[in-house]
Design a protein around this ligand. Structure first.
Ligand SMILES: Nc1nc2c(ncn2[C@@H]2O[C@H](COP(=O)(O)OP(=O)(O)OP(=O)(O)O)[C@@H](O)[C@H]2O)c(=O)[nH]1
Ligand SMILES: [Mg+2]
Length: 383
């Protein structure tokens, strides 16, 4: 029941099971789970659709499907089963035992991709914390389950209880240590932010669904070469750069970690300080892959997470990226206050970037004026 260390196991063959409701509806996008699996280094041998109206409490899927998977296993020889859902620890364990396969649910897959991607010290601490929190719920539940077998809560000396108790204690110790280290880093980050705020710099954060093209846009705007790739969660660490727009505008722009539908809460919690880069921004560039069929759902999911991290009040400009794929023209739209609030562009070819720069100049000028009013008003305050 440990988070699987995919680093050691990759690349490997897997079966993907796609849960649907009998009408072709799935909670999670089939294309996305395939991309997640590939990003984690898996080779997808076979995909099967499994209808689940109400999940089987023991195995999540029905017994008939378990037999079918056993037969597929004989044919295709895979070691991993990836399930396009989040299943309970007990279901994971039962499925693993029944099939003699390593079962990985969607949350576990995402946690592992994060762990493979984490580069910075802070990123590594954040991912480890999220993974341990995920593991701790599994251990706790496994433990209560053992207790129940021995005749009720509070009964001592059950088989394996000592080991689990020991594991739990070590786990709690490490979680505490990680939280303390992260707290120190958060303090440093807060101080940096305060300094930036005091200096009256306009802060812009690029946010959006994973693989929308945030890093490509960041590179195009700042002439940087940070990692951008056709992979989910290519970026985990926030990168900030000063951006100068002629004739005389400057701002700080940050590229941030991508979001995904139902981003595991453990990750949101442990990545809070990184995500707060968006909460504390003056403007968000919400990047969307306009060629993606799921773009409306992606916008909804990003806004949902922004709300969760209290960034839903920050002004947004919607960036419909990748218009080169749709072969549509660059465009800008304005809101009822006359501000550019929507730009259609291609971060890759640069088409439409001038509209975004125009929007940034407008917003920066506005910000500087507001700051002046703020300072003037303060100056008039009697001491
Ligand atoms: N055709 C086309 N491809 C693009 C465009 N913008 C980005 N891409 C491609 O889309 C893929 C993802 O781009 P990234 O910039 O890494 O996306 P991201 O939003 O930073 O992704 P994560 O960091 O993984 O969340 C890369 O292969 C880019 O080359 C675009 O305007 N047009
Ligand atoms: Mg990126």
């Amino acid at each position: 029941m440990k988070p699987v260390n995919l680093k050691k196991l990759n690349p490997d063959k897997c079966l993907v099971i796609n849960i649907h409701d009998g009408y072709g509806h799935t909670q999670y996008d089939q294309y996305e789970i395939n991309e997640l699996a590939k990003t984690a280094g898996f080779q997808i041998e076979e995909t099967i659709d499994v209808k689940v109206i109400s999940p089987n409490p023991s195995f999540y899927i029905g017994k008939g499907k378990i037999e079918e998977i056993k037969q597929l296993k004989n044919l295709f020889d895979f070691e991993f089963l990836i399930i396009n859902e989040d299943i309970s620890p007990a279901q994971e364990k039962k499925l693993t035992d029944a099939l003699n396969l390593t079962v990985i649910d969607r949350t576990n897959l995402i946690l592992n991709i994060f762990s493979m991607r984490a580069k910075s010290y802070e990123g590594r601490l954040q991912v480890e914390l999220a993974q341990l929190e995920y593991l701790s719920t599994r251990l706790v539940r496994g433990w209560t389950h053992l207790e129940r077998q021995k005749g009720g809560i509070g009964v001592r000396g059950g088989p394996g209880e000592k080991q689990i108790e020991l594991d739990r204690r070590m786990l709690r110790g490490r979680v505490k240590q990680l939280k303390e280290r992260l707290k120190k880093l958060t303090k440093q980050r807060d101080m940096q932010r305060q300094r930036r705020r005091k200096s009256g710099v306009f802060n812009v954060a690029i946010v959006g669904y994973t693989n929308a093209g945030k890093s490509t846009l960041f590179n195009e705007l700042t002439n940087q070469k940070i990692y951008a790739a056709d992979q989910l969660f290519a970026t985990l660490d926030t990168t900030s750069r000063k951006l100068f727009i002629p004739p005389n505008f400057s701002l700080v722009i940050s590229d941030t970690v991508g979001f995904i539908k139902n981003l595991p809460t453990n990750l949101i919690e442990s990545f809070k300080s990184t995500l707060e880069e968006s909460t504390n921004a003056d403007l968000l560039l919400h990047v969307v892959d306009s060629s993606n069929e799921e773009k409306k759902e992606h916008i909804l999911q990003v806004n949902r997470i922004l709300k969760e991290i209290n960034a839903d009040q920050v002004d947004q400009i919607l960036i419909l990226n990748q218009i080169d794929k749709n072969k549509t023209k660059p465009q800008k739209d304005r809101d009822e206050y006359g501000r550019i609030n929507r730009v259609e562009l291609s971060a890759k070819t640069g088409q439409g970037i001038e509209f975004l720069k125009e929007a940034l100049v407008e917003r920066t000028a506005n910000f500087i004026n507001q700051e002046k009013i703020y300072y003037d008003e303060n100056a008039q305050q009697p001491i």
